[in-house]
Ligand binder design. Structure first.
Ligand SMILES: [Zn+2]
Length: 358
């Protein structure tokens, strides 16, 4: 046996089949969307881009069950580790189990520049790497907090003109999490993303929401670094906590449009076109109108079945188009599925690969 074939016989099967330069993007349709305002018949008018542009090209899982804690950071961290994380949602802590970013970088020997998270709130600053022994920040993802960058770029006086972009979260307005210092800093904007602070703040002035700011950063990352594993957490719709239904719907409609724009960017960027698989899923739902323990769409506190059952779509060159999968799957299945696609072994993750899309 030649050395070459000996090496090949030990390579993971999927890695051998994987086309060179394959990219994966995960977009969380967050924070907190109910079926009633999205894929239920009465909600479909709010999501024309998902319905008309993405669904016809996607494999769509209609029942994705989340049995974890329904707080945005802890739930998104659980999506990224494949284990229901149990830490306090409002604590500046790292996930306890290895993240998808660490598995990918360690198993595939990838550099730090190859995996990034764009996150909506300072409370997500530790999501790029776990506290798990043998893993950790040296193998994690770079985390960009666009609001933090914008706040750092503005003087106190200018900040009031950008207040609509700077509100850190919608659930506990007075929570101000400590940043760890590992997150992407303003002085890196020019060197890493080829974006001057003046350009960044001038562009921000034209944007309507924090998620638009995040997608602007995502596009810059795609152009400048073309990471193979890119995770963006959208969050505008969580303005529902303020109790105004029309703002919640506006958030969903904007998220729908931005998902369409992210996919268009993946189709038009040469580094991504034809080799990108994108997963879109909510972090979880919101309370049902009928549960006496809740206030309907406003919060996600009762843990009722509606708030735990959402959906996921996968779209990409190897994914079957216009297919619905109605068997119940778990939100924890995402990481093992990404492992099968990108050729890494998420040994601590509790879910199973979704065979329909790998
Ligand atoms: Zn919320």
């Amino acid at each position: 046996m030649s050395a070459g074939s000996a090496l090949l016989s030990f390579a993971p099967l999927r890695a051998m089949a994987m086309p060179r330069g394959q990219k994966v993007m995960v977009v969380t349709f967050g924070g907190g969307a109910r079926d009633e305002e999205t894929f239920a018949p009465e909600g479909q008018e709010n999501i024309p881009h998902l319905m008309n542009e993405l669904i016809p090209r996607a494999t769509f899982f209609t029942q994705v069950v989340n049995r974890g804690i329904l707080g945005h950071y802890v739930a998104t961290a659980s999506l990224a580790t494949g284990v229901y994380e149990t830490f306090d949602n409002f604590a500046a802590v790292a996930p306890e189990n290895p993240t998808v970013f660490e598995y990918y970088r360690k198993d595939r020997h990838r550099p730090a520049s190859d995996t990034w998270v764009v996150a909506p709130s300072n409370g997500f600053n530790r999501i790029g790497a776990s506290s798990f022994r043998l893993y950790g920040p040296d193998m994690g993802a770079g985390v960009i907090l666009p609001k933090h960058l914008l706040a750092a770029a503005l003087s106190r006086q200018e900040g009031s003109n950008y207040a609509h972009l700077l509100r850190d979260n919608y659930e506990t307005p007075f929570y101000t999490p400590q940043l760890s210092g590992n997150e992407f800093q303003l002085h890196q904007l020019n060197g890493i993303l080829n974006l001057s602070v003046a350009e960044f703040t001038a562009h921000a002035r034209s944007l309507a929401s924090p998620d638009e700011l995040s997608v602007y950063i995502v596009r810059q990352l795609m152009k400048e670094l073309a990471p193979s594993l890119l995770w963006v957490t959208l969050h505008d719709m969580d303005i529902a906590h303020a109790g105004t239904y029309s703002l919640y719907l506006e958030g969903i409609r904007r998220t729908d449009r931005l998902c369409g724009e992210i996919w268009k960017a993946a189709e038009s960027e040469p580094e991504y076109a034809g080799k990108t698989t994108m997963f879109v899923l909510p972090d979880f739902g919101r309370d049902s109108d009928g549960d006496p323990g809740g206030n309907g769409f406003q919060h996600h506190r009762t843990g009722d079945p509606l708030s735990r059952t959402t959906w996921m779509m996968a779209i990409g060159p190897h994914v079957r188009e216009n297919v619905s999968i109605n068997r119940p799957v778990q939100s924890l299945d995402l990481v093992p599925t990404l492992g099968a696609l990108l050729g890494f072994s998420p040994t601590m993750a509790h879910g199973s690969p979704l065979t329909e899309v790998i």
